[in-house]
Ligand binder design. Structure first.
Ligand code: F6R
Length: 365
């Protein structure tokens, strides 16, 4: 049921504060601000590395997870799209654990990776929305995302719930490996716990601006997304969401890659969406933005209050979000990124919930 919303995609975007809150309640103990011990058969304390595979948006969630597992748990992560992972002949050690991320739990390539890793003796874990799915059934440990049914073909709330679970798992792994102290764990958990409230606040405030901007984007032929750190996978997610819902060509790049090729595309007609919270990469990303500005590119900056205050550069549009801790920034910054894709698709007039040529669950390779 779409309720008062025009499309499931819109409803599912606005479902996120509640969905995230449900998800977190299974992974966090709010009484003492610790992560719950959920790792089951995956003994994070003892594994030497983590292999992640998934497809599409779930893969991009995994890519953000990689930054977290490496940073907070000091656990090296090997990640690839499932259709490559399964054929790359990766030397897999039984001391590694494998994680599979899939909303449906039925994606053929991801399932094939799971079976491949099991054959090589790895312990397996599944981050899934559907607990009755094949991937969940065949994995040693299941980490459900509790997003509720996702009907829109373009994944929105499943993505942020996958991120919430990956963040909690990274903190749990960090604790198990002695890489985060109890105090650090409590700070990270407190910040995670704030997420539903911040999401609701952002969703309440940004829509008019996003709609105005989307009206302009709907006339464009191509859009570039840039980001650094965890904002890089989010840039790719923004591009994926825009192209699948509005059929406008879009590409997400690591901001530092700009001068290695994509800057050749930049002219007065090219909107460049820069995702840049005021984190430790901010100044670097700003210098990439200057390169875009110098070539007349139309910059749409998605930043936070600190970033907006620090910026000494004219942008075409700036979307300003509240300042948030870096562990929740990818989920908070997902909201404008998703809404931009949604409203642009509405202006273009596509079938938003059921874009051409796409299926919700891809059970053939
Ligand atoms: C994009 C999208 C797809 C899926 C991909 C994996 O919005 O929804 O890219 O993320 O097909 O599907 P699951 O997560 O079911 O394995």
């Amino acid at each position: 049921d779409k309720g008062n919303y025009r499309h499931f995609m819109e409803k599912e975007i606005y479902d996120q504060p509640e969905a995230i809150s449900d998800t977190l309640s299974h992974y966090i103990n709010f009484l003492d601000n610790r992560v719950v011990e959920v790792s089951g058969d995956i003994a994070f304390a003892n594994v030497q590395s983590l292999a992640i595979s998934a497809c599409g948006t779930a893969y991009l969630a995994g890519l953000i997870g990689k930054y977290w597992f490496e940073r907070y748990a000091r656990l090296p992560v090997e990640i690839d799209v499932a259709s490559e992972f399964r054929y790359r002949e990766i030397p897999l050690s039984p001391q590694a654990a494998a994680l599979f991320i899939s909303q449906s739990g039925e994606t053929a390539d991801t399932l094939a990776c799971l079976r491949y890793c099991k054959e090589h003796g790895l312990k397996t874990g599944a981050v899934v929305n559907t607990r009755e799915s094949t991937i969940a059934r065949e994995s040693d440990a299941v980490f459900p995302i509790f997003a509720g049914p996702e009907i829109g073909v373009a994944s929105t709330k499943a993505f942020t719930c996958q991120l919430a679970v990956l963040a909690a798992l990274a903190v749990a792994a960090g604790r198990a490996r002695g890489a985060v102290t109890e105090k650090e764990e409590q700070i990270l958990v407190e910040r995670l716990a704030e997420m539903p409230r911040v999401m609701a606040q952002v969703l309440d405030s940004i829509q008019p601006k996003i709609e105005r901007l989307s009206r302009e984007l709907a006339k464009c032929r191509a859009v570039l997304y840039l980001g650094r750190g965890t904002s890089f996978p989010l840039a790719m997610e923004g591009a994926l969401k825009l192209k699948e819902t509005s059929y406008i060509h879009a590409q997400g790049y690591a901001a530092g890659e700009l001068k290695h090729g994509p800057i050749a595309l930049v002219d007065e007609n090219m909107p460049v969406i820069v995702i840049a919270p005021h984190d430790r990469f901010f100044d670097k990303t700003v210098s990439n933005m200057q390169e875009v500005a110098a070539r007349g590119g139309r910059i749409i900056l998605i930043t936070d209050e600190k970033g907006a205050a620090a910026l000494k550069l004219d942008t075409m549009h700036t979307i300003v979000l509240p300042n948030v801790h870096e562990i929740i920034a990818p989920m908070i910054f997902s909201l404008p990124v998703q809404l931009l894709a949604y409203h642009t698709a509405v202006f273009v007039g596509t079938d938003v919930d059921q874009p051409r040529n796409l299926a919700k669950s891809v059970t053939v390779e």
